[in-house]
Design a protein around this ligand. Structure first.
Ligand code: URQ
Ligand code: ZN
Ligand code: ZN
Length: 480
């Protein structure tokens, strides 16, 4: 099937131009003026609209088994909701239990993701260490298209990594030409603060942010950055939520270290007053880690995005319905951590970023799609409107509005952290692999149509030493 998109403004990370886009099969065939289209091609009038690369959400957790339950959004409903919001690819996480074989875990997650409606890939979490993990990291990079390994520095007693695992895994990732990523919170401090706060009789969701102050994230972010610097491995910080972590990233980047940072759309827009809401359900639905922060952190995160110190936006889409959240009715430590967001990311960033002048449309494309494609080594297959790229395209209507609500969203959760927010700038039409998957408010996704996208490891130069420790090859002293 061919599609010709006429009259739109094509927006890429570095350009905006009025042009037609011709899609043949699953790929973009041509971009230019007054393009000829094959007989029978569907013609889409994009006059007044932006034609952009489909969004890439580099951080999701569909149907994640976590904290005694399973996230309510599965790979089909989640990738469908993504398409409704203009996102055509997500990078999810294989999270092996400690002692679980990491290749077997990848196969388990791939079984689950067979139902996906749109393209997806997996980061693989390293939650324990022995020689088999090292061996299997090699198998995953060489045979399963994995080039990124995640490390949870929080969640003590579950999936938390200590420094020994970090050092072993970061070194192995470097030697494989892969990238390391971290959830940066000091899990020992969180655990101690949780006990102390609970012992004071604070059992509600207001205890959650008290047990995870910005300093706890700043320490872990800096520790991970320093370990990566000494070992010479590129580092990606997921959900950078506060000034303390952003400062650690900024220092490292200004010294030439290859560090990338991600911000969640919700951390840019929602502050920690949500935890003091009288409605337990409302407050509990905002329990996620790192927690929502006080307002000055949001302003700093926007500056981080505008300055390029933060490169990507994500959602950490990890849904738990109210009955699931109620596991922590009497103990905030038992509230499953996670929120929705995959359907709303692009619109809320357009509304609060582009329409306020913080970001240009090109910068919007960079932080919602292109940068993630480049960092995870799938550009220019993904993240660009150019001949040869996958035909993942969103026709974006900058004048159309919608009011976000759990009553009308496509996400499989009975709550929305953006409930009642009106956004102007929404997808008129989303195309995945050259097929229309969302149009004028109607989902047209097909269960199982999504592909697993292999992500090759990086060329050697990506793993250079940083400027500071670019030492000549150390040699032994000749004491003969
Ligand atoms: O920590 C994560 O990224 C997962 C477990 C989702 N939950 C969350 O609170 N961020
Ligand atoms: Zn996390
Ligand atoms: Zn996550």
């Amino acid at each position: 099937m061919s599609i010709i998109i006429r009259g739109g403004t094509v927006v890429n990370a570095g350009s905006e131009a009025c042009a037609d886009v011709l899609i043949v099969g699953g790929q973009i065939a041509a971009v230019g003026s007054d393009l000829d289209a094959p007989a029978g091609a569907r013609e889409i009038d994009a006059l007044g609209a932006f034609v952009m690369p489909g969004g890439i959400d580099p951080h999701t957790h569909m149907e994640l088994p976590f904290m005694g339950t399973v996230a309510s959004e599965d790979f089909f409903s989640g990738t469908s909701a993504a398409a409704a919001g203009g996102t055509t690819m997500c990078i999810d996480f294989v999270i092996p239990a400690p002692q679980e074989n990491i290749v077997e875990a990848w196969k388990k997650w791939r079984e689950w993701s067979q139902k996906a409606a749109c393209d997806h890939s997996f980061h693989v979490a390293i939650t324990w260490w022995d020689d088999t993990v090292s061996r299997d990291m090699g198998i995953l990079t060489q045979e399963y298209g994995v080039n990124s390994f995640k490390h949870f520095m929080a969640y003590k007693g579950a999936i938390m990594c200590d420094d020994e695992v970090l050092v072993n895994s970061f070194s192995r990732a470097r030697d494989l030409g892969a990238i390391a990523s971290v959830h940066a919170e000091n899990g020992e401090l969180v655990h101690r603060l949780q006990q102390e706060i609970f012992a004071k009789g604070i059992t509600g969701p207001e205890g959650h942010p008290l047990s995870r102050p910005p300093e706890v994230e700043g320490e872990a972010a800096n520790r991970a950055i320093r370990i990566a610097e000494v070992l010479g491995v590129p580092l990606y910080l997921v959900h950078t939520s506060c000034i303390d972590a952003l400062e650690a990233v900024t220092r490292a980047k200004l010294e030439g270290q290859r560090v990338f940072a991600e911000v969640l759309a919700q951390h840019l827009l929602i502050d920690d007053s949500v935890y003091r809401n009288k409605d337990w359900r409302f407050a509990a639905h905002h329990v996620m880690s790192p927690p929502f922060r006080s307002k000055e952190h949001q302003a700093a995160l926007w500056r981080g995005l505008q300055s390029g110190m933060i490169q990507t936006t994500a959602t950490d889409h990890c849904c738990f319905c109210t009955p699931q959240k109620e596991a922590g009715l009497d103990d905030f430590r038992a509230i499953p951590n996670g929120t929705n967001g995959i359907e709303d990311r692009m619109s809320v960033i357009w509304e609060h970023g582009v329409r306020t002048g913080k970001l240009t449309p090109s910068e919007f494309v960079a932080v919602t799609s292109t940068n993630a494609a480049k960092i995870f080594n799938i550009h220019p297959r993904k993240g660009v409107i150019a001949p040869g790229a996958d035909a993942d395209v969103v026709v974006w209507d900058p004048e159309a509005s919608r009011t976000i609500s759990a009553k009308t969203h496509n996400q499989n959760i009975d709550f929305s952290i953006y409930e009642g927010m009106t956004v102007t700038g929404i997808p008129a039409l989303t195309i995945s692999q050259g097929k229309v998957v969302y149009e004028d408010g109607e989902l047209k996704t097909v269960r199982g149509a999504g592909r697993y996208i292999n992500r090759p490891c990086f060329p050697g130069y990506w793993h250079n030493q940083t400027l500071r420790n670019q030492l000549a090859e150390p040699t032994a002293v000749d004491r003969s």
